[in-house]
Write a protein that binds this ligand. Sequence first.
Ligand code: CP
Length: 318
Amino acid sequence: MSATLGKDLVGLEPLSREQIQLILDTAEPFKEVSERAIKKVPALRGKTIVNLFFEASTRTRISFEFAEKRLSADTVNVAVAASSVSKGETLVDTARNLEAMRIDMVVIRHGASGAAQFLGQRIRSNVINAGDGKHEHPTQGLLDMLTLRDRFGRLEGLKVAICGDILHSRVARSNIWGLTKLGAQVGVCGPATLLPRNVHELGVTILPRIEDAIQWADALNVLRLQLERMESGFLPSLREYNRVFGVTKERLARAPKDLLILHPGPMNRGVEIDSDVADGPHSVILPQVTNGVAVRMAVLYLLAGGSPDWANPGGGGE
Ligand code: CP
């Protein structure tokens, strides 16, 4: 029997290799929809989706909204600061009130690790995790994998070094789970204070210096320092971080091969990555964003019960 997804997408850790493969394969034909003059197919016509973002977002929130609209769903963005959450209403009460208006799916970003799973266990609508605390950001992991697969034609055997603030990064966790399940080798590189204590249990190679990562990898996924999740004492200064761990043109010039450069955004130019690299010929930072729409269309479509053998999303535009 072919793989299907369950009710919710809370992370890549609970998914099988086949389920991850299914999402990536389903995203492929959805890429073409965004290249059409009329960027719309009827796949989710009649479905109502709520985007509930308790933390700031540019890429994830907007690409989920584009994905929903391109699938013809009805969408509502909840402005959390202007909602009754600000009067003390709980997450579950908020979601249950939305469900009373007959919604079908909730896309949630929340500062608390586990918020998406907590919600998914308490409401009947499908719940999609758009980033929960330091836990997971599954659609970011999926779009990173799709971008790597586009460029290398495979994930099996690929060496991907995740560089920077691994400790606070939900993107790192989703990449580690997803890439290792699909047969890639994952390295992690960053200051010892920014590596989780149990990181070696995740099946990754520890690369102590950025020079080690550059020598080892086929691709670097460069992460922002999550200053908003840090207490003090993790780093001497941002300038020091750039001097020791910054991905620069000069460092990449000493690589044995051209490395593909990924970054989930938002970037802090001149801190974890220099502009020469971010805007350089081996950067796929903007193609990652483009793939984010197709991956999110695939996730929404599959959770809504769409057929895995779907290959022609609605034929022509409507
Ligand atoms: N990559 C990412 O999650 O970016 P946003 O915070 O802008 O959504």
